[in-house]
Structures are given as C-alpha cells and as structure tokens.
Design a protein around this ligand. Structure first.
Ligand SMILES: C[S@@+](CC[C@H](N)C(=O)[O-])C[C@H]1O[C@@H](n2cnc3c(N)ncnc32)[C@H](O)[C@@H]1O
Length: 83
C-alpha cells in the first residue's frame, strides 16, 4: 500500500485512541479512495466520526512561479523513513 494511505490509517488510530474530538476532513479527494479507506478504518475502530470530502474537481493547479519557489525556505528532512 502507498505510504500516504498507511500514514492516514496510523494517524486515525492515534486520533481515536487518544479520543481527539472532531470529524475527519480530506481536501482534494479526487475519486475518494483515501476518504473511503479512512471511513472504513473509522468503522473498524467503532468510531462515529464522519469523513468530509472536498474537491474542486478542477485538477491540480500549475506549478508556482519561479519567483515564489525562490522565496520558499529550504529544510533538511530528519529521521525520514521514506526512500
Ligand atoms: C492527487 S489528487 C488527490 C488524491 C487523493 N487525496 C487520494 O489520496 O487519492 C489532488 C486533488 O486535489 C484537488 N484540488 C487541487 N486543488 C484544490 C483546492 N484548492 N481545493 C480542493 N481540491 C483541490 C484536485 O482536483 C485533485 O482531485
């Protein structure tokens, strides 16, 4: 399974285990695969949280301008588990 999917299920486990209030919101759901998976995980964890799914359905906006890219700070990832 793709890392992003695994991450969301682990995060949901943390949210439910620690009784963190509120529902779950995914912005940019595309065809809703991640939202559906999260809903299934919440059901399996006996959570009554709702999953709210949003999308413009207009695709991903173009790359930011070169000017914007040069203004972004740089960082060095630490303790990354992804290759
Ligand atoms: C890579 S797809 C999302 C994949 C999905 N999250 C998944 O895990 O399967 C990106 C989606 O974000 C949507 N999108 C892009 N900009 C957006 C915005 N400003 N607000 C909401 N949705 C947006 C696009 O329409 C597209 O469907």
């Amino acid at each position: 399974m793709a890392p992003g999917f695994v991450d969301s299920t682990v995060l949901l486990g943390h949210v439910v285990e620690n009784r963190i209030e509120g529902d779950v919101v995914e912005c940019g759901v595309a065809r809703g695969g991640s939202s559906a998976l999260m809903a299934l995980v919440l059901r399996a964890l006996s959570s009554d949280k709702s999953v709210w799914a949003f999308d413009t359905f207009e695709g991903i906006p173009g790359q930011p301008s070169k000017t914007l890219i040069t203004r972004l700070p740089t960082y060095t990832p630490v303790n990354s588990t992804r290759s």
